[in-house]
Design a protein around this ligand. Sequence first.
Ligand code: FES
Length: 339
Amino acid sequence: MSEASNSVPAGGGAAGRAERAAQRRAIASRYALLPLRLFLGVTFVYAALDKLSDAHFLAGAGDPASFVSQTQAAKAGGSPISFLLGPALDHPTLFALAVAFGELAVGLGTLLGLWGRVAALGGALLNLSLWLTVSWSVAPYYLGNDLAYLMAWIPLVLAGTPYLSVDGYLARRAGRDRERGLGEDHVKRRALVDGGIAAVAIGGAGLLTGSLTRTFGRGRQAAPKQSAAPVSAAPAQAPTVSAASVPVGGSAQVKDPATGDAVYIVQPKAGQYCGLSSVCTHSGCAVDAPKNGQLYCPCHGSRFDAATGAVVNGPAVKPLPKYAVTKDGDKLTLGPQQS
Ligand code: FES
């Protein structure tokens, strides 16, 4: 059926109303997967460009947000496919770029509906591999977002992208060719060639966009942050809080004046104060405020000791950076970063 034939028929009486209601339900069913397709397509394009523009993702093993650090953490965290991660650790830049450009291809294919089943299968395989690696140690399992994405791809793998899509256009044209009496081989070859041309054109545009993003993205801004020396906050700029706002086991949040990152001032034992960065050393998410002696990262489930910042539970492998805190009367002052 042509996409143009979706109009609701005119007509009076109960029969007409029933027919119009049935038509509306049919249209809703036909486009039921469109919001999911748009969400997954936009998300994958965004995720790909975000990776390509982030120097941390493509940095080396010393950067906790890098592809290689995340892969090492997955391996250390008991990934069931850890035996497959060796090649990725041997050639991390190649694999990191493959993941980013793979996400871009999947996102564009899904958004435009070009070879939609193939794109959806690619997305499902990407999320399956992420679930079995970076999300594997997340507990409980339903907090692992890669599993949810994997499930979200399955309807598109099954249904494809037949509406509002390049696939739909090619299918309708193939139908017209058949009506004109053209041979099946000719019809299939034409659809394959035209689909291939569209894929090359869209892939080229994606490659260009990705390369430009990588060249002019956040890489230049991120570099100094990696090589920054330990913070030495000038006393005049050092943030302060009242000691009363930091009970034993509690915290108060301040900002590192050098980086702008949030820091928790904590009092793990009576009279002992220190600062802990709120930036998770796994992939840079903000960890929650300390609770029951631990700081929890909601992204992939890492837990850190609220007294020392040490990793209690991966996938993070590095402790949270720690800061000195001095007490003067009822005033707590954030000092320099110590680790
Ligand atoms: S960012 Fe992954 S556990 Fe925190």
